[in-house]
Design a protein around this ligand. Structure first.
Ligand code: GLN
Length: 347
């Protein structure tokens, strides 16, 4: 997407943090009505020329200019995105940026920031530009072949830990399978919390598995994590205590209507759940019923209106439903849980 429109505009800035304190500052209208700005304020208030180039700007001005440009493009979290992108272009954390606020950008830094700005304005998510995303407080590398892990997906991790707690199994040697593991997010989060557990992540995309493996190594979890390229459970034998998955669940026809950030930047294969969005669960539910150890649990993420149908697929496969679906932070039924009967001769 091109930059389009005017490339330069001016905005009144009031010193600190683009826009944030504007309502606290004397308004131009007030000044015009005969309430002159106090001397200090007048000096602090300057016209910020917002251009596409960051050359010759201080770090603080560059960050503010970027925030203004992003806000003008209706980017929701413009201030946060500007801070993250400026920090990444400079290799500085927030403290580093604040203490170097008045330093001028080098040519390299300004070129890098201009590139980040162009990509964000074209709809690329910050996590993709940075190539990392935090999940369950773990920094995860991403690649074009992995979904950006969503906070919603932490609901699976939370629910699994709770259920295992109840069963007093948290310190046991649990076997965990993560189907369609992508960056390894769910599996690695669980392994980070369950010191006695080991796990296997599967994915149809071998390039995604390389990223998952890199993440396992960087998090010090590689000795307990294995990765296998296959479709869902195809390469797995039985005996799993826990099977987890965030499979593709968007209805094929709905993909065109997703935000640019998701539609054009997440791998389609990780999104497209077929005509009714439920293709993956039709495979996963019966496979899990076959491959779980007695009493083992299946936890899957589902789309906002799919929990009933997925629960039915699990019941049809012979799993019991040990509790109602878990809700995400927005109150949406996000995780459906099935359990294999404890009786050895069961189902
Ligand atoms: N949560 C993703 C979205 O909102 C979808 C991920 C998936 O299909 N598993 O677009």
């Amino acid at each position: 997407m091109g930059e389009g429109g005017s490339n330069t505009h001016s905005v009144f800035e009031t010193g600190e943090g683009a826009g944030r304190h504007e309502s606290l500052s004397p308004s131009p209208a007030r000044a015009a009505r005969g309430h002159p700005l106090p001397q200090g304020e007048r000096e602090g208030r300057k016209r910020l020329r917002v251009t596409d180039s960051f050359t010759g700007q201080t770090i603080e001005t560059a960050r503010r200019m970027l925030a203004i440009r992003l806000r003008a493009r209706d980017v929701e979290s413009a201030d946060l995105d500007a801070r993250l992108l400026t920090g990444a272009a400079l290799g500085l954390d927030l403290t580093g940026m604040m203490s170097a606020a008045k330093r001028l950008l080098t040519d390299d830094e300004s070129a890098r920031l201009a590139d980040f700005a162009r990509r964000r304005i074209a709809g690329e998510p910050v996590a993709r530009i940075l190539g990392v995303r935090e999940f369950w407080s773990l920094p995860l590398q991403l690649s074009a072949d992995t979904l950006v892990p969503r906070p919603d997906t932490e609901t699976i991790v939370e629910a699994a830990l709770e259920l295992l707690d109840n069963d007093r199994r948290r310190n046991g040697s649990l076997a965990i399978a993560d189907l369609g593991t992508g960056s390894g997010a769910i599996l690695l989060a669980l392994l980070s919390e369950l010191p006695g557990a080991f796990g296997v992540g599967t994915d149809i995309n071998a390039a995604a598995l390389r990223t998952a493996q890199l993440n396992a190594r960087q998090l010090g979890l590689a000795s307990r994590a294995g990765f296998v390229a296959c479709n869902y459970t195809d390469a797995l034998a039985g005996g799993w205590d826990l099977i987890v998955s965030n499979p593709p669940y968007i209805r094929s026809a709905d993909i065109a209507g997703l935000s640019i950030e998701v539609r054009d930047h997440d791998p389609r294969r990780a999104l497209d759940g077929g005509v009714d969005g439920l293709d993956a669960y039709r495979i996963i539910a019966p496979d899990a019923a076959r491959l779980l150890a007695p009493g083992g649990l299946l936890l899957v993420e589902v789309g906002h209106d799919q929990s009933g149908e997925v629960a039915r697929l699990m019941a049809d496969a012979g799993l019991t439903l040990p509790g109602s679906p878990r809700t995400d932070l927005a109150g949406i039924r996000r995780v459906v849980i099935g359990q294999k009967s404890i009786r050895q001769d069961g189902i």
